[in-house]
Design a protein around this ligand. Structure first.
Ligand SMILES: NC(=O)C1=CN([C@@H]2O[C@H](COP(=O)(O)OP(=O)(O)OC[C@H]3O[C@@H](n4cnc5c(N)ncnc54)[C@H](OP(=O)(O)O)[C@@H]3O)[C@@H](O)[C@H]2O)[C@@H](O)CC1
Ligand SMILES: Nc1ncnc2c1ncn2[C@@H]1O[C@H](COP(=O)(O)OP(=O)(O)O)[C@@H](O)[C@H]1O
Ligand SMILES: [K+]
Length: 491
């Protein structure tokens, strides 16, 4: 399990550890890891041109110390000081190692730094900031980290835009400056990093879009923090192997779980076929299809394994492609029954906030969640964690909010995030596959939180396998589920 902690949790763990180790130890650990990561990113250090963007706090300190290490290994390192304060000891270390310090008035180029930290030679530096950035191999974002508020101040924004214009990759220190660290929101301009190097633990912005996309790949450096339970978690391969309901010697098709599917309609028969494919790609022993005869025929033609008609089930998946044939009273009966339910798409209209639905996994995309919360879609997309949590609390269900990063929030406050999906998965019917798969996992005995998070992980893994960086269909994702599962279970 990968864990993301809040800034408050990180600060407390840092204070606790700092009381037990010599001063500066944590920053040296961070800077050492950062320097190695930048060197790996560059594919070597000697002769590399590195520009550091330095803000007023310890995030800049990390960048300055890492810059000093790179300079000692032959890199040409220039720090652009964006604030009239900068980490003094870090600046001194960089200068001693042969690096340069300049201040920035962005549109006119470097100028003398009024503070004691700048190199006097900067006054005569002929190169404008634009030229520095243009010729850099990498720009290191040490503007702000966990002490930052969203947005970039004008000087920082101008240099970041230069790097973007010249196509120079940015490596972010701890977090891409300008994002909201604790929510993953990006209400203001921010850095878009090619790589983010973080310390101690992940932060929420590393997991949740839109900020997660701004991080690029995230590399975690251990600095020895002792952390409390995480606010947000993200499953890894080993968690899938641990949680997946694998049949054993005594299993039969009933004990493996039977899933009832109430999906698809004469209007959308394809949804029934696709959701059934997703369900059969999961762990259940049997799938029952409940719906119009003509649709049941289409499902049976594609999947002779299914049993049509009602019967005993261990869980339901309801809602994908029901269209106008939605029977809200019937769905409410099933929501009130004891079997757990995956509620998708049109079925979400049956949800009301009066019941106790702790065994329901609702799987909306941003538009559907917006309707449930009476807000607009853009607001949900901008504030994904907040709205997934709100809906989980209001409807007393586990909410799986689909999108580039999928957020799964349970009514007791636990949150998991899936970050491994390819954008090729944004294809019609992919959500039906997920609903069938999550239903299968619920029927096999997982809790809604586990079914949602294992389902999202496997769905993304199957999409990655099917896609190999090219277009995919929902049916090809479902078809790749057995192989993706086999691989993840170590087979
Ligand atoms: N915790 C740990 O375990 C470890 C932490 N470490 C490192 O320390 C970093 C945190 O350092 P930090 O606390 O000094 O805060 P930091 O992010 O540098 O911001 C400083 C100041 O920036 C300002 N500012 C705010 N918003 C702004 C904006 N939008 N644009 C521009 N400026 C803005 C604001 O000051 P102001 O200018 O408002 O006075 C704020 O006080 C952390 O991310 C990691 O890199 C590692 O070394 C080791 C272990
Ligand atoms: N940009 C993206 N990157 C990765 N996965 C995505 C992206 N956009 C959507 N997805 C995933 O694709 C699926 C689309 O589901 P959904 O919106 O319900 O489509 P449909 O209703 O057509 O089945 C979801 O699993 C979602 O998480
Ligand atoms: K940063």
């Amino acid at each position: 399990m990968r864990s993301a902690h809040t800034v408050e949790q990180v600060r407390a763990a840092e204070a606790d550890l700092m009381a037990r180790v010599p001063e500066g130890t944590l920053m040296q650990r961070a800077a050492t890891g950062l320097a190695v990561a930048i060197s790996n990113f560059l594919g070597g250090t000697y002769g590399a041109r590195v520009v550091l963007l330095i803000g007023s706090g310890d995030n800049g300190g990390d960048a300055l110390y890492a810059g000093a290490r790179l300079a000692r290994r032959g890199a040409q390192v220039t720090a652009v000081l964006l604030s009239d304060k900068a980490h003094r000891a870090g600046a001194e270390a960089l200068r001693t190692a042969g690096g340069r310090l300049v201040t920035s008035t962005p549109l006119t180029g470097p100028s003398a730094d009024p503070s004691a930290t700048a190199d006097p030679s900067a006054t005569t530096a002929p190169t404008a900031v634009a030229d520095l950035i243009r010729s850099a191999d990498v720009v290191v974002d040490g503007i702000v980290g966990i002490g930052g508020r969203p947005g970039l101040r004008p000087k920082a924004l101008a240099v970041v835009q230069l790097a973007e214009r010249f196509g120079v990759p940015i490596v972010a220190v701890d977090t891409p400056s300008g994002v909201d660290v604790d929510t993953g929101e990006t209400p203001e301009p921010h850095v878009n990093a090619a790589l983010t190097i973080t310390f101690g633990t992940h932060k929420i912005c590393h997991f949740i879009d839109p900020a997660a996309t701004a991080c690029g790949p995230v590399h975690l450096i251990d600095i020895g923090l002792d952390l409390p339970p995480a606010e947000v978690e993200s499953l890894q391969t080993s968690d899938i192997a641990r949680l997946y309901p694998v049949p054993h010697g005594e299993s039969d098709k009933y004990s493996r779980g039977v899933l009832g599917l109430m999906v698809g309609s004469t209007q959308y028969p394809g949804a029934a076929v696709i959701a059934t494919s997703g369900a059969l790609g999961g762990p259940v022993g049997m799938v029952r299809y409940v719906g119009p005869d003509a649709v049941a025929e289409a499902v049976r033609a594609a999947h002779p394994e299914i049993v049509a008609g009602e019967g005993r089930v261990q869980a339901w998946a309801i809602g994908s492609g029901l269209g106008d044939e939605l029977d809200i009273p019937r769905i409410r009966e099933l929501l009130d029954a004891e079997e757990p339910v995956v509620l998708d798409a049109d079925g979400l209209k049956a949800l009301d906030d009066s019941g106790d639905h702790f065994d329901v996994l609702a799987t909306p995309h941003a538009g559907e969640l917006a309707r449930l919360l009476d807000v607009d879609r853009a607001t949900v997309e901008a504030e994904r964690l907040k709205h997934a949590r709100l809906a989980a609390e209001r409807y007393d269900v586990t909410v799986l909010l689909k999108g580039s990063t999928t957020v799964i929030a349970s009514p007791d406050g636990q949150v998991r995030v899936n970050t491994n999906a390819t954008p090729w998965l944004a294809t019609a019917g992919a959500g039906d596959v997920l609903a069938g798969l999550c239903g299968s996992l619920l029927a096999a005995g997982l809790t809604p939180l586990d079914a949602g998070s294992v389902g999202a992980y496997l769905h993304a893994a199957a999409a990655n396998l099917a896609s190999s960086s090219g277009p995919i269909t929902a049916m090809s994702v479902a078809a790749a589920l057995p192989e993706a599962t086999r691989y993840l279970l170590g087979g």
